[in-house]
Ligand binder design. Sequence first.
Ligand SMILES: [Zn+2]
Length: 319
Amino acid sequence: MSQKSFASSADLADKEQTLEVLGDGIYALTAEGDPNVGAIEGEDFLVCFEAMATPVAAREWLVRLREHTDKPVRYLVLSHYHAVRTLGASAFDADIIVSHENTKALIAERGKQDWASEFARMPRLAKSPESVPGLTWPTLTFTDRMTIDLGGERGDLVLQYCGRGHTEGDIIAWLPRHGILYAGDLVEAQAALYTGDAFHHDWSTSTLDKVRSFGATTLIGGRGAVTHGRDAVNAAIDQTRNFLTVLLAEVSSVFQAGGTLKEAFERTHAALSPRYGKWPIFEHCLPFDVSRAWDELAGIERPVIWTAERDREVWDQLA
Ligand SMILES: [Zn+2]
């Protein structure tokens, strides 16, 4: 196999961003496989979902959002700790930054290393990286469920932990009155999964069962287009589950047989390529995904911290 450029370091072409208005004051910005973000209007305030990778990138999103509403951002919700989801936070000038308590702990434990790792893996997302003032610290955390009353006739916005998945602290945002669910990176719509910090077994079973149990009719995944309609939502969840199940089964078969990590990578790549190989970030993610799945099978409970150096080692070994 020829040497591929490290992760997405050679992927420099800007993606087209699409702002969809999903209901009265309910927004999703998708970007052809780049990380999605959202916003929900309360009566006199805004809730923003995800912060983007840098303040400069976030300001571009806010310019588009400000064509629709000038309400101040009361809550900035972080679905999980990853740098490309959190480091643009300062641009929102939010009163309250909300996350799962595990997300705050993960930022403290590995936020700095993750920042260096992610910006090197995908420099295109790190627009004006010098604009990041530092790590983003949640100011309000919860463990299971939190409800924000949007006021007037707008109903509630429910923030829910569904179990370990893409990370140890993912949360979703759910609008029961509209059947709209912001899934963060727990569900991807026709984009490959990054599982380098994941808990494959929990994610592919109880966590996705919980996500599915909301019965959403509109789903905004972490990447990919907005999914409309119950069948399409379930198809996106099933597609995510299938990716995880195949990945785990292939890596497991090599692991159990006493094979090598490299063999596990090649076998998993061959098994997933026909269905997922053309989707955004597939080649980027797979070496990190297989490495974490291998560790998980070896009994390493919590994901090993990725650093810029460890990224290169794994990449050179597998890709
Ligand atoms: Zn992520």
